[in-house]
Design a protein around this ligand. Structure first.
Ligand SMILES: Nc1ncnc2c1ncn2[C@@H]1O[C@H](COP(=O)(O)OP(=O)(O)OP(=O)(O)O)[C@@H](O)[C@H]1O
Length: 532
């Protein structure tokens, strides 16, 4: 009997303990006991109460448990740490990449060595993972936390939100968008660069037609030409103009559903839809836009299924009288491996090319960038002639030109010096070498000989009379300025002269350039004709 009573008491005691435990667990739930340390380090989920599960742990009814307090502290610390790391990332990836790819990331949680970030779209997630994943992991590891992996995901709340899409999809606009939040996962568009507007686009002869056509489309009036096809070489402003159209349309016609994306993103979305068996959603989404802008369409050349889908999307939109704007690096007819039926569709509207920049346009772009830099570097002095020099020397593309100027300003501000010609040549020696026009020594000799009306043979011959020696020195000077040849090489091409003779000639012309207006004018004329 005694044994029975003891057993009964034990059983009742266990029941009471278990009930008590469940009561306590009803307020908060906890994660597995064997991972209790890690669970206690879990940061709170965004927008929710802390959700940490464990077994057999208790918390008082009047306040959070120790674990919960620790979890909060950890969460705050991590957000702070992430904030600090963002600064490092900005320095490493540059402002443009940062704004487009890093800024939209929201730190969500750290669990089992996996740091999770929320991203507005799967596309951004994949892009960041592929291009900046290692960098972010490296930065996170500097905090001393044990992090093996970074993971990017679209938050569930965004994926299940009602389907709505802003007129133009961009992270900054997505941030501005009022509730209800758009279904970010359904946004296939690429972020727009806030700097690429019509205001910041410098117009010159080479791009005036493209600019005018882009502006017309950006008015959002009745569709007059479809598609607008912009093409041109690398870095000539195609993307800039497309973004400018998108921004302008957003301002003027916020009712329109504008979608900008690269052909690569189009393909990516298409493949993803196939994989997820969501082709109907894909078709519906692309057919519901009012303005479709596809950048770098040459990318889909040779990709049969993507071309097929693009073709149908294109036709469906044109049939509905929806505006399409396409860009490519060459004219439709010249895109290799692009189906003929697509080529002919692309030629149906207005095909406009952006010509390579000329000196005046390059100078205009540099001047406009310098105005922007004046705000950032108010104390920096810029010597006369530097912009003209850069506009002359860097004619490859605007991207390189801009990059050179950015570097120059950053460098000058770091060393606290005026931007002189000498500093420019030092700081940008590699860019200047790389973008050197392929002007040959022979071409210079020929032009100078023509200009001074002397025989080419006299240019390289032994005679030293002033009427021949001066043009020869001018030609040597121009060879030094406009080619990458060394002094000994130049000497060899001038009838096997010694490099000291070339050096003397170059110095003499440098002096005369300042003292003698006629020589300065001749040099300018010759340089222009050689660079034309
Ligand atoms: N006319 C212009 N005025 C001001 N900035 C310009 C102009 N043309 C190009 N740029 C600048 O040059 C850079 C490169 O331009 P963009 O990216 O639009 O070139 P792209 O033609 O699309 O090149 P890619 O073929 O490589 O895609 C951008 O920073 C852009 O702002």
């Amino acid at each position: 009997m005694l044994v029975f009573i003891v057993l009964l008491l034990c059983f009742l005691g266990k029941c009471i303990l278990r009930m008590h435990g469940q009561d306590l667990l009803s307020g908060d739930s906890f994660r597995g006991g064997n991972r209790s340390l890690h669970a206690a380090e879990m940061p709170p989920q965004k927008g929710q109460a802390v959700s940490i599960r464990t077994e057999g742990r208790k918390t008082g009814p009047n306040g959070p448990s120790d674990e919960r307090l620790r979890a909060r502290k950890w969460g705050q610390m991590t957000q702070e740490q992430w904030g600090a790391l963002q600064g490092n990332l900005l320095n490493t990836v540059g402002q443009n990449n940062y704004k487009t790819w890093i800024e939209p990331l929201e730190f969500a949680e750290l669990e089992d060595g996996v740091a999770t970030f929320h991203v507005p779209t799967n596309f951004i997630g994949n892009y960041v993972s592929q291009n900046f994943g290692d960098l972010i992991l490296h930065q996170l590891s500097t905090t001393g936390e044990s992090i093996q992996r970074v993971h990017f995901k679209v938050p569930a709340s965004a994926a299940t939100a009602p389907k709505a899409r802003p007129a133009v999809s961009s992270p900054s606009m997505a941030k501005k968008a009022a509730a209800p939040a758009p279904a970010r996962d359904s946004l296939p568009g690429a972020p727009l660069d806030a700097r690429f507007t019509f205001d910041s686009f410098v117009v010159g002869k080479p791009n005036e037609l493209a600019n005018a056509a882009a502006r017309r489309v950006a008015e959002g009036g009745p569709v007059t030409f479809n598609p607008l096809f912009l093409y041109g070489g690398v870095g000539l402003g195609k993307t800039h103009l497309m973004h400018a159209i998108a921004w302008e349309l957003q301002k003027r016609r916020p009712d329109l559903n504008v979608l900008y994306l690269s052909a690569e993103q189009f393909m990516y979305r298409f493949v993803q839809a196939l994989r997820d068996r969501k082709m109907m959603d894909f078709k519906e989404m692309f057919r519901s836009v009012d303005v479709l802008m596809v950048d770098d369409v040459q990318f889909i050349a040779g990709k049969d299924s993507t071309q097929e889908e693009f073709f149908h999307t294109f036709n469906a939109l044109v049939d509905q009288n929806k505006q399409i704007i396409i860009s490519a690096d060459r004219a439709p007819g010249e895109i290799k491996d692009l189906e003929d039926r697509i080529k002919s569709r692309l030629q149906c509207g207005l095909v406009v090319d952006l010509h390579p920049t000329d000196y005046e346009l390059r100078l205009g772009i540099l001047q406009s960038k310098v105005e922007q830099y004046r705000v950032q570097y108010p104390d920096l002095q810029l010597a006369d002639g530097v912009l003209e020099f850069l506009a002359h020397r860097i004619s490859t593309n605007v991207r390189v030109l801009e990059g050179a100027l950015t570097r120059l300003f950053a460098f000058a501000s770091l060393v606290g010096r005026e931007i002189t010609m000498e500093l420019t040549q030092d700081c940008l020696s590699d860019v200047l070498r790389a973008s050197e026009r392929k002007i040959s020594v022979e071409e210079i000799q020929r032009r100078v000989a023509e200009h001074y009306n002397i025989r080419l043979s006299d240019m390289i011959g032994p005679k030293r009379v002033r009427t021949l020696a001066r043009p020869r020195q001018i030609a040597m000077y121009l060879c030094k300025q406009l080619t990458s040849r060394s002094l000994p090489e130049i000497g060899r091409r001038f009838g096997g002269r010694d490099h000291t003779t070339v050096m003397h000639g170059v110095r003499r012309i440098e002096e005369l350039r300042v003292q003698d207006g006629q020589i300065a004018e001749d040099l300018e004329l010759l340089r222009r004709s050689l660079e034309a």
